[in-house]
Each structure stands twice: as structure tokens, then as C-alpha cells.
Design a protein around this ligand. Structure first.
Ligand SMILES: Nc1nc2c(ncn2[C@@H]2O[C@H](COP(=O)(O)OP(=O)(O)OP(=O)(O)O)[C@@H](O)[C@H]2O)c(=O)[nH]1
Ligand SMILES: [Mg+2]
Ligand SMILES: [Zn+2]
Length: 313
């Protein structure tokens, strides 16, 4: 880092980089150029962002300005290609949805909902099923593979299947997301043992983990960045998801080819006559569990819209 007595060209203290960690107003930025190139630099942020209601997040591409007296400052946040509110992450290429075949068990509805959100934000979804040493993944891999989503099944105790995950995330910015206790940190430790992430034993009483991972950080690996994230609970997903009734049908990727074929142009694909989506479900072209997730999200979207229409915010 800079040395008080040394003369440094100020312009070389300005650099482009990516935020990898945000903790209590302190940001760590991976420098892409300048004198700190390749290093992680601790930065503050200009107050102007707070005034504008922008809070820098891991994954943000930024310009950092420095002089040789004060701490480097994030002076500009470049436009985000996408943003996840919870956990706060910007500019993701891939979200790896991690599910356990054993405890905690897979919640198809939550998985479908999260995939729909990723698709609607143009973030490529991928699905991993862990703990295959304990339970078989059953029909799940086929359901997701058949709609073009990459699926890996892994046993984190031996590392079996983990190489498939490595291929998916190589050179990308990828977040590992899923319920607490599914084995996100365990899987990342299998892929990158030097991370030494904390993992926890399942609480027998609750049948789920205890939120071992508490904060989001992007780690530089295989020419890309990966984020371990704190496990969510079902309650979280009820709160942060906002897909409207209009956005929903096309957020289910396998519905898209049928959307123009319904008898009524404004078909909601719920119980309308001549619905091509329902016909596809009956014909086995769309998995029933996916369609059921759609119906449930449609119902939830109705609640949100009605509530907002009554003046809620
Ligand atoms: N048998 C078996 N156990 C696993 C596997 N993957 C993870 N576990 C165990 O499951 C527990 C939870 O794993 P973690 O990696 O801490 O889960 P996490 O998803 O990071 O949980 P949070 O950080 O709380 O969100 C630990 O006891 C792991 O040893 C697996 O493939 N097989
Ligand atoms: Mg964890
Ligand atoms: Zn329809």
C-alpha cells in the first residue's frame, strides 16, 4: 500500500475494479488496474450515493479514486446489468440454486420461484442437488434438465459430481443460493479447499441448519468470482419476490412456446378454456410440479397487486 514519504502519481491511484465485500460502510475492491492491480483495496464511498439511495454491493463494478493521503474512495458505480436485493449482489452471470435431497428437503415451489426470478433478471439459473449419498434426487434432475437448466448432483462428503459444478461457473460471477443447511459452503469447500468456509451440522430439532454463513463475499476463482451466501428461510422469499401476473407466464421458460396458442389472448393459464399451457401439462410436456408452482405464484401475485392497489407501498 502507499507509503507516506513516497511520491506517487495520483492518476495511477485511480482504478477500475469490482467490490467483493461490503461490511458496515467499508468496501473491498479488487483492482483491475493502476498501482494496486490484482490487489484487494479497502475503500470508503462518497456520501453522494447515500443521498441518491444507492448502496454499493458486492459485484458492483466501480471507479475508485485515490490520493496518497486519504483512503481510496469509490467515486462511481457503473450501471448494473442485474441486481439481487437479498442477498445484495450485483452483475451476476449465474445463480447456482443448491438443494439437498435429504434434510432440509427440497421445496419445489421455492426452487421454481427462484428460477423464475433469475430468468426474469436474465441471470442464468443452474441447479445442484447435494447429499446424494443420503437420498436419491428422484425425478428432480430430469424436470430441470428438460427445460434447459444445467443440473448437477453431488456428494460433498466425497466430492463426487462437484467437477460438473466447476464447469458451470468457470470464468463467471456466480452466487450459490439455497436454504440453510443444504451444503452451499460444503460444496464450495470441495471445489476450493483453500476457502475453508465454515459449515455446520444440521440441528436435529429443527431439521435445518443454523445459518452458519452470515455475509456475502465474492471470491476470485477459476477466472471468475463466486459468492457463498447465507441460507434463506421460506419467509424471506415471501417478502422479496415481486413478479407481477403479467411477468409470470414468460418467467416459466418452458411455457413460452405455448403462450401464443391459448384460445383467449388474455389467458392467465389458470382455468381458462382452450389454454395451451394446461393442455401441455396434461400431455406431459410441462412438468405438473412446475405448473403447480406457477399457480401458486399467480395466486401470490394477486395478493400483492390487490394490496398495492389499495395504496400500500
Ligand atoms: N451427507 C452429506 N452431508 C452434507 C453434504 N453437504 C453438506 N452436508 C452437511 O450438511 C450440513 C450443512 O452444510 P453447510 O455447508 O454448512 O450448509 P450451508 O448451505 O452452507 O448452510 P448456511 O451457511 O447455514 O446457509 C453440514 O453438516 C455438512 O457436513 C453432502 O453432500 N452429504
Ligand atoms: Mg454456509
Ligand atoms: Zn393459457
Amino acid at each position: 500500500m502507499s507509503n507516506a514519504g513516497e511520491k506517487i502519481n495520483i492518476s495511477s491511484l485511480t482504478f477500475e475494479g469490482m467490490i467483493t465485500k461490503a461490511v458496515g460502510g467499508v468496501y473491498y475492491v479488487d483492482a483491475f488496474g493502476g498501482v494496486y492491480k490484482g490487489e484487494s483495496v479497502k475503500c470508503a464511498v462518497r456520501g453522494i450515493f447515500r443521498a441518491r439511495g444507492i448502496s454499493p454491493a458486492a459485484g458492483d463494478l466501480v471507479r475508485v479514486e485515490g490520493d496518497d493521503i486519504t483512503e481510496p474512495v469509490i467515486a462511481e458505480i457503473h450501471e448494473r446489468k442485474n441486481f439481487l436485493v437479498r442477498p445484495p449482489l450485483a452483475n451476476l452471470d449465474v445463480i447456482v440454486f443448491v438443494n439437498s435431497t435429504a434434510q432440509p428437503s427440497v421445496n419445489r415451489f421455492i426452487l421454481d420461484k427462484l428460477i423464475a426470478i433469475a430468468d426474469s433478471k436474465n441471470i442464468a439459473p443452474a441447479v445442484v442437488f447435494t447429499k446424494i449419498d443420503l437420498e436419491n434426487a428422484g425425478d428432480l434432475p430430469d424436470i430441470y434438465r428438460s427445460v434447459g437448466i444445467p443440473v448437477c448432483t453431488v456428494d460433498n462428503t466425497t466430492g463426487e459430481g462437484a467437477d460438473g459444478v466447476r464447469e458451470l461457473i468457470k470464468g463467471k460471477t456466480a452466487a450459490f443460493i439455497g436454504n440453510s443447511g443444504v451444503g452451499k459452503s460444503s460444496l464450495l469447500n470441495v471445489l476450493y479447499p483453500d476457502l475453508e468456509l465454515d459449515t455446520a451440522h444440521i440441528s436435529k430439532k429443527l431439521g435445518r441448519g443454523r445459518h452458519t454463513t452470515r455475509q456475502v463475499e465474492l471470491y476470485k476463482k477459476d477466472g471468475g468470482y463466486i459468492a457463498d451466501t447465507p441460507g434463506f428461510s421460506t419467509v424471506d422469499t415471501e417478502r422479496y419476490v415481486r413478479l407481477s401476473k403479467d411477468e409470470l407466464p414468460s418467467a416459466f421458460r418452458e411455457f413460452r412456446e405455448f403462450l401464443g396458442e391459448c384460445q383467449f389472448a388474455n389467458c392467465a393459464h389458470v382455468k381458462e378454456k382452450g389454454c395451451a399451457v394446461r393442455a401441455a401439462v396434461d400431455a406431459g410436456k410441462i412438468a405438473r410440479s412446475r405448473y403447480e408452482s406457477y399457480l401458486r405464484m399467480y395466486e401470490e401475485a394477486g395478493k400483492i397487486n390487490d394490496w398495492e392497489a389499495k395504496g400500500g407501498k
